[in-house]
Design a protein around this ligand. Structure first.
Ligand code: ATP
Ligand code: MG
Length: 585
């Protein structure tokens, strides 16, 4: 694939630069919003000319052989989004021309994911298999017009006779079989009289066409297998190329959008429609570049391999680029839709930096996620001058970005937990957190000073004895300032939790594109780290699966559906800042 440009989101040189970059990007986006993309321009032109009575009818046609991924999300946002924008309609059509056994699971997950993204399809979902009878009639019609024939060549012979892009193919010896014989054989194929591979139905077009897809393409093949919707009615199944254009036609689709690789199929779709109808109406196909994203793989076959080899916990593993994985990771539908708008549609293949997806997510969660305190790797501190047995309610705001989210109280007491990383016994100068003899503020509470370090046999700090300054309570007017502010939880009140720290699944930007290497060689060995001793502030006792929260100073986290009454499980969605951009620089 000729990848033309890499969309780099964030060559970050530090926070302020990053923010500047985002601002100018947003300004550009505002400009882009005012100009139309090439598909919208085409649609507006069609509406202006009252083509199809000014109607816009699109469709999203997934094959139910896997879970949807972020690339599909782009196509969904495009097709459903255009229908919304132009007051049109959009169908969900399952392209189920391949009989496969486990399709029901995929149909379910696909409908769930599209609904979750917030889109509605027109009426009931459609299935290509709904059109099998009609397609069969059209196939017989083509045979009668001498535009299709039953070929008994082996697959190898057919491949051999196909020629090359620069060399014409050869006609099959069966190409001029009489119509009646073709009809008889085709009907027998349908009845199940023959074995798979014994014969196929081919369109009779042009074995010398410069477009390989026009060299007598296959229309039907024998598959003596039941289908998830038509059971054992059929022994022959139409090829995608003999199904897709006609399905669009039957549904009255006006704008048939697909990815670039189908551009070369377009003349074939048009040819089939020219044979079967003389109406003026045609679904018009427009191609756009598929979404490729850095640090992941997007082929369903590769994703299935990761699932089957148990390299991830399932299609919805939070590291997967699937919509169900992103949901479990803590992505919101809005963040995915905003991302999709932001990347727009292109006519040439490109690679989008996954950091742009993460940026859209942070932007959305920054507005929505309540701030809470959670300590991932707890270090106990005892405040020696704080009365034993006393508990104080500390008031703190839920989201500085949104006053309407209000405030809550947190218990403060003599024994607390802070983060192990927030203490160093022998810190460098620029370490503004806790160290022997140094002071920090505990967020929304008091300034404390580390008086003494208690260590275990290995010399590791296991507890800090601190003092607090009772005159420094947050919000109590003029206060002295200290450089560092730490998050904390009260030991006696804290809830236990398991926290799963997820990182990118691959360490390589383009894991599937490395010559002589299997994509699995680039799996990130540190893509999941499980912490079992995390402590949460007690306000989190009623969280529900998929709730999004910001753990202060740490990142955005989301409640995993593995959560039980006994134990909360959290997934790290993203850290507060992009650390990969920094690592690379
Ligand atoms: P397969 O490799 O199995 O054919 P596919 O990714 O093409 O997989 P489909 O289920 O056929 O999967 O895709 C449904 C729709 O989503 C198609 O219209 C396809 O063009 C679109 N689509 C798939 N992948 C992407 C992508 N990465 N970017 C944009 N659109 C995509
Ligand atoms: Mg496909």
């Amino acid at each position: 694939m000729g990848i033309s440009c890499i969309y780099k989101y964030n060559p970050s040189f530090g926070e302020s630069n990053t923010n500047r970059k985002i601002k100018s990007e947003e300004m550009n986006e505002e400009k882009e919003k005012r100009s139309l993309n090439f598909i919208e321009s085409k649609i507006e032109e069609d509406i202006k000319n009252n083509k199809n009575n000014g109607e816009v009818y699109t469709r999203f046609p997934p094959e139910p052989n896997g879970y949807l991924h972020i690339g599909h999300a782009k196509s969904i946002c495009l097709n459903f989004g255009l229908a919304e924008k132009y007051n049109g309609k959009c169908n969900l059509r399952f392209d189920d021309t391949n009989p496969e056994k486990e399709e029901e699971e995929y149909v379910k997950s696909i409908t769930k994911d599209i609904k979750w993204l917030g889109f509605k399809w027109e009426k009931e979902p459609k299935y290509a298999s709904d059109y099998f009878d009609q397609l069969y009639e059209w196939a017989e019609m083509l045979i009668r017009k001498s535009k299709a024939y039953v070929d008994e060549l082996s697959a190898e012979d057919i491949a051999r006779q196909k020629g090359t892009p620069t060399q014409a193919g050869e006609n099959s010896p069966f190409r001029n079989r009489p119509v009646e014989e073709n009809l008889k054989l085709f009907r027998e194929m349908k009845e199940g009289k023959y074995q798979e591979g014994e014969m196929i139905l081919r369109a009779k077009i042009d074995m010398a066409s410069p477009n390989m897809h026009m060299r007598d393409p296959i229309m039907y093949r024998i598959l003596n297998r039941p289908h998830h919707r038509t059971a054992d009615k059929w022994h022959i199944y139409p090829m995608y190329d003999f199904t897709h254009g006609q399905s669009d036609y039957l549904e009255g689709i006006t704008h048939s959008l697909c990815t670039l690789e189908f551009e070369v199929h377009r003349p074939l779709y048009d040819w089939f429609l020219d044979q079967i109808t003389d109406t003026e109406y045609r679904p018009v196909q427009t191609e756009f570049a598929r979404l490729n994203m850095s640090y992941t793989v997007m082929s369903k076959r590769k994703l299935l391999e990761l699932v089957e080899k148990k390299m991830v916990s399932g299609w919805d593993d939070p590291r997967m680029p699937t919509i169900s994985g992103l949901r479990r990771r803590g992505y919101t539908p809005e963040s995915i839709r905003n991302f999709s708008d932001r990347i727009g549609v292109a006519k040439r293949d490109n690679v989008i930096d996954v950091a742009l997806l993460e940026h859209s997510l942070r932007e959305d969660l920054n507005k929505k996620a309540a701030r809470v305190m959670a300590v991932l790797n707890p270090l106990k501190i005892t405040i020696s001058n704080y009365p034993e047995g006393k508990t104080e309610d500390i008031e703190t705001i839920n989201n500085p970005e949104d006053e309407n989210m209000g405030t809550r109280t947190m218990p403060f007491s003599r024994e607390l937990y802070i983060e192990q990383d927030d203490f160093m016994e022998d810190p460098p100068k620029k370490f503004f957190r806790l160290a022997p003899g140094r002071e920090v503020r505990l967020k929304s509470a008091y300034i404390i000073k580390c008086e003494k370090v208690i260590k275990n046999k290995n010399g590791e700090a296991i507890e800090l004895i601190c003092s607090y300054d009772p005159d420094t309570k947050s919000g109590s007017g003029d206060m002295r300032k200290v450089k560092g502010t730490l998050h904390w939880v009260s030991a006696a009140h804290a809830l236990d939790a398991e926290v799963r720290l997820y990182d990118r699944l691959f360490i390589h930007e383009d894991p599937a594109g490395q010559k002589d290497h299997d994509f699995k060689e680039f799996l990130n060995p540190d893509s999941l780290k499980i912490l079992n001793k995390a402590k949460l502030e007690p306000s989190m006792k009623d969280v529900k699966a998929f709730d999004n929260l910001q753990f202060q100073r740490l990142g955005y986290f989301c409640v995993d559906p593995d959560t039980t009454e006994e134990k909360a499980v959290f997934n790290r969605t993203v850290p507060l800042r992009d650390t990969w951009g920094k690592k690379k620089n």
